[in-house]
Design a protein around this ligand. Sequence first.
Ligand SMILES: Nc1ncnc2c1ncn2[C@@H]1O[C@H](COP(=O)(O)OP(=O)(O)O)[C@@H](O)[C@H]1O
Ligand SMILES: [Mg+2]
Length: 384
Amino acid sequence: MTTKDEIRKALEAVIDPELRQNIVELDMVRSIEIADGGVVDVMVSLTTPGCPIRSHFQTGVTNAVKALDGVTAVNVGFDVLNDQQKAAIQRKLGGGALPNGALAQVDNVICIGSGKGGVGKSTLTANLAAALAAEGKAVGVLDADVWGYSIPRMFGLGAQRPPVSAERKIVPLEAEGGIKVMSIGFFLGEEDSAVVWRGPMLHKALTQFLEDVDWGVLDYLLIDLPPGTGDVSMTLAQLLPQAQFLIVTTPQPTAQKVARRSAEMAEKVNLEICGVVENMSGFTTPSGERFQLFGEGGGQALADELEVPLLGKVPLTMPLREGADSGQPLVFADPDDPAAQGIRHAARGLVALAPVKLPPRPPALDVIPPTAPAPKGMTLPMAG
Ligand SMILES: Nc1ncnc2c1ncn2[C@@H]1O[C@H](COP(=O)(O)OP(=O)(O)O)[C@@H](O)[C@H]1O
Ligand SMILES: [Mg+2]
């Protein structure tokens, strides 16, 4: 009769098609039991409960084990990897902090997040970038909302794919003000928009956005986070321990509760919270009448609670929404619009938060010849 070791050996033939390693190597085989009569139970741990390639594993494991001597039946069970096990896989796939040198020329990394969607994170990210650029800063924007990317639209980009440089780096697209923009949306067609990102793949894609993109010298890299407090933020925190966290909230108390949750997460993953921006704070009619549509004071209350500055209050204005839809950040189109003013105020606040904690720059960067990294197995679909 076949032994557990032989079964384990046979399972090396089962490859995770996305991670391109076998499930034994990835430590996804949780248990193997051999019962009387040659019935074998194999338990496989998946990266997510809704893993789309479950049936691939089911068939792969069954076929690999059934072929062994004395096996009469194979039962395949599934459970989900815990966070430690996922982290171990990520390390195996080359995770952990970015290697020395990646992003070495980026002074400030600011993740823009909030507990929920629709509070204006992406709109504020695009316009904060515009405001920082207008202040003469070199700015990049990374769209980390891989499930609901909207940054390409907000900058009027997306028709082209980012080119690849001679050094095999992905070159960000450039928006007005020289803002360097990178988004998964540049690589996906309409039909791909339902891509399911599993933990380790997500980690790999985000790593590539940071390592394999030619960000060059930047004063600010703004990262637009997806809603919620999940995998993306955890991964970025792991890759970018120097990053700061800017929280967007709306004035009403419930939104504040959600934003507080992201703050707790930022603390958990050890990212420094640099401030709060209150969005949708009031609406002023053309005749000057002011309405507090979403209540009042939420941003200040949250900032007080977190002991960080309230960097700005951004009112609701129609041009801000129109600019986001038409692909020209309002800060460029009409810097005097009340919302644009609020955002410019926040941007100046960010700049004033000096002294910022900088990661040490590698010494005499400009005398070291650029070493072209060996092309890696690109997982992003590339142009050309
Ligand atoms: N202050 C504002 N005034 C008017 N419209 C806004 C404002 N902030 C956000 N919006 C609009 O609200 C919608 C959601 O904003 P978005 O930035 O996509 O949110 P998130 O990224 O948090 O999901 C967009 O249509 C955006 O243009
Ligand atoms: Mg968004």
